[in-house]
Ligand binder design. Sequence first.
Ligand SMILES: NC(=O)c1ccc[n+]([C@@H]2O[C@H](COP(=O)([O-])OP(=O)(O)OC[C@H]3O[C@@H](n4cnc5c(N)ncnc54)[C@H](OP(=O)(O)O)[C@@H]3O)[C@@H](O)[C@H]2O)c1
Length: 332
Amino acid sequence: MRLHDIAVVGASGLVGRKILEVIQERKFETGKIVAIASDASEGKEVNVKGKSYRLQKFSEHVFKNLEFAFFSAGASISREWAPKAAADGCIVIDNSSAFRMEENVPLIVPEVNRQDMFKNKGIISNPNCSTIQLVVALKPLDAAFKIKRVVVSTYQSVSGAGNKGITALESELKNIESKTASPFPHRIAHNAIPHIDVFFDDSYTREELKMINETRKIMGKKDLAITATCVRIPTLTGHGESVNIEFDKKVTPEEVREVLGAAKGVTVLDDPANNVYPMPADSAEKDDVFVGRVRTDSSVKNGINLWIVADNVRKGAATNAVQIAEEYVKGK
Ligand SMILES: NC(=O)c1ccc[n+]([C@@H]2O[C@H](COP(=O)([O-])OP(=O)(O)OC[C@H]3O[C@@H](n4cnc5c(N)ncnc54)[C@H](OP(=O)(O)O)[C@@H]3O)[C@@H](O)[C@H]2O)c1
């Protein structure tokens, strides 16, 4: 068996620590693990499931002779260091938005477009968390019934903004006047903020445009009609998405449930009579994408409504990144 020498950049962060955890859980056979964080963390230890990792800062050629480098320290760090890692022979799996829309960088969700990863030039991008769970459900539906238009509204947890997001919610819940530095533009406790990342001139946010553009790229449907509204809510983990889909032909909720029930990485939870539907609290620490509330939308021709939930730190980031490495090792 071949051991894989790797680096985890952002190893003290929410996603980085989860990558170290998922690697152990999924028995991705690692040899050397280089754990990188900011200069301020140099020498500190990160403990994950009984294993301790000593944090180091970036240094020239730190990636030399490593096979994979998982980056999750933000886009500016990726822009500076991922090309150096790739030049030193590493396959970079990047969780940031830095390269996602670049033509020669594959944007991968293994259940959807596994084969595209082999066209990489040293960097493979991991999509945005809310995009990943959406396409895992959309792709099998598109293959079966051809999707014409998608309208998605998200309900995104605070962990999507990293450790700072969790700290801000927890301190505001203890003291609503808390002035703890927050990554959110308003109080998040007992609130809902229809604003994630910056606004552009057309009044869409960057998070919304990421969902639109990344979905089109991953699904290989450049002209897909899709619109998004992204909202931050005070849940800790797990993003919810209300999704309205118009198909080319008439599709019943039973047919949708059947296709999704057989799809890789999807669990259908849809028994409203018994209060069964996906919820963020139940999706925490799970790797599947959960779908429920499937019903006909009779306000349009061939419309279906459904509700999608997944753990944003796992399938939305860490698990998807580790799956990319696993599939890369398996080869074409
Ligand atoms: N959270 C999610 O659900 C999610 C989902 C998908 C993608 N992502 C993406 O993943 C990345 C990390 O997110 P996160 O939620 O894990 O954030 P986080 O909890 O704030 O962690 C950030 C990590 O980056 C490290 N870092 C910061 N500045 C650095 C520097 N100058 N050099 C080296 N390391 C540095 C931090 O190290 P220190 O501890 O030393 O500061 C920490 O390990 C972001 O690009 C984010 O967009 C996040």
